[in-house]
Design a protein around this ligand. Structure first.
Ligand SMILES: Nc1nc2c(ncn2[C@@H]2O[C@H](COP(=O)(O)OP(=O)(O)OP(=O)(O)O)[C@@H](O)[C@H]2O)c(=O)[nH]1
Length: 369
């Protein structure tokens, strides 16, 4: 070093500093590469998800595990309660779907993003964000990711980190924007898939489920009732003197009446109940977690509602009909019995009770002995 020249660090020290910078850059590049690889792997799994439930589990659980995110939640806009119905059985039994909220209105989500439907990264703000994370307070920063299809907000994915620095407004959002786009497409496609499946399980005339769906659902509900020791009620419902309605007013009027009766029964049941057209003028209903007394009250309510309602029968005309109902409960002793046999027996018992109701004069509810 020359006397008088600015004091430069010795070359060795400069070299060491450069090496450290290089190491840091390499570490960052490797970490990015690793992150990209994990993102890539998860993206492949999202695209390959075979059902809406599998997709939701990936979004709610796998991202949290792969990226060490403390809290992940997802809100889906469900204006017509269609997703609520699709996922009803899963939501009741699948704890892994706990971070999922179905919102009938998009207003609360819209308020998060304003008009710019873009990922939002920043400090956790309890008044604005607590509801998104079930009131959790152990969050320092959040990434809020809008899920948009054709310009419409269909949902929102939320990552909450314990670290206040992890998500900040200056972080790049490239990965997250990509995740939003892919998640939104996958969700839309999984929901469409589910709709198609449902279409094959719906009765074309009345809009309630068909017998095929009922037979599947009956076994699912029996398995649940057996597992958790819940009660399960089954109703067999049959319109009285329907042949006469067809003969007197024509087949088309008969169809209208069938539609009306199906919708009336549906309207008297809870979201978790199942109503299906079993065939002809017969309907069946399953009421999980319902005692005999309560099921009896509901059956009586359905009977009375149908007897009291003028039903449209086409051409602005209305008709009055009555219905007979047989009610049966799933027996307690189910150990080791085959689900298909149990389902058959439950329906047969309700059908027997219906026979008694018909024999007893119709327009009545009979409980299986
Ligand atoms: N309009 C219409 N009628 C149907 C349909 N499916 C079955 N039916 C008719 O439903 C009638 C059922 O008649 P029955 O089984 O004799 O019973 P019911 O006249 O209702 O008499 P009870 O059940 O003993 O009170 C038959 O006339 C069938 O043709 C349908 O999809 N549309």
């Amino acid at each position: 070093m020359h006397p008088g020249s600015p004091s430069l660090p010795p070359l060795e020290a400069q070299n060491q500093a450069l090496r450290q910078q290089l190491d840091a850059l390499l570490r960052e590049a490797r970490s990015n590469e690793d992150k990209m690889r994990r993102f890539d792997q998860l993206e492949h799994r999202l695209v390959g998800a075979r059902s809406i439930v599998e997709l939701l589990r990936l979004l709610l659980i796998e991202y949290r595990l792969a990226f060490g995110i403390e809290q992940v939640s997802l809100t889906l806009v469900d204006r017509e309660l269609e997703v609520t119905r699709m996922l009803d059985a899963d939501l009741r039994v699948d704890a892994t779907l706990q971070g999922l909220t179905l919102a009938q209105s998009p207003a609360a989500l819209q308020a998060l993003y304003g008009t710019r439907l873009h990922p939002w990264l920043g400090a956790y703000d309890a008044p604005a964000h607590a509801a998104l994370f079930g009131g959790s307070s152990a969050i320092g920063s959040v990434a809020l990711l809008p899920l948009v299809r054709h310009g419409v907000l269909i949902g929102s994915l939320h990552f909450g980190s314990a670290s206040a620095e992890r998500y900040d407004a200056d972080s790049g959002t490239h990965f997250l924007e990509r995740l939003c786009a892919i998640a939104a497409v996958c969700l839309e496609s999984a929901l469409n898939q589910e709709r198609l499946k449902l279409a094959g399980l719906t009765d074309g005339l009345t809009g309630v489920h068909n017998r095929r769906y009922f037979e599947h659902r009956c076994q699912v509900e029996i398995a649940q009732a057996r597992r958790y020791g819940h009660a399960l009620a089954c109703m067999f419902l049959d319109i009285d003197g329907f042949k006469r309605i067809n003969d007197t007013h024509g087949h088309q009027s008969g169809d209208e009446v069938l539609r009306g009766v199906g919708q009336l029964i549906h309207g008297q049941l809870r979201a978790g109940d199942t109503i299906a057209r079993y065939g002809g003028e017969e309907f069946v209903a399953l009421l999980p977690q319902t005692s005999l007394q309560h099921a009896g009250e509901i059956a009586e309510r359905i009977r009375a509602a149908i007897a009291a309602a003028p039903l449209p029968s086409g051409g602005g005309q209305t008709l009055r009909v009555t219905i007979s109902i047989g009610l049966a409960m799933l027996p307690h002793d189910l150990a080791g019995k085959d689900l298909a046999r149990l389902a058959e027996a439950l329906v047969a018992t309700a059908d027997k009770a219906l026979y008694q109701a018909k024999n007893g004069g119709r327009n009545r509810v009979e409980v299986a002995a």
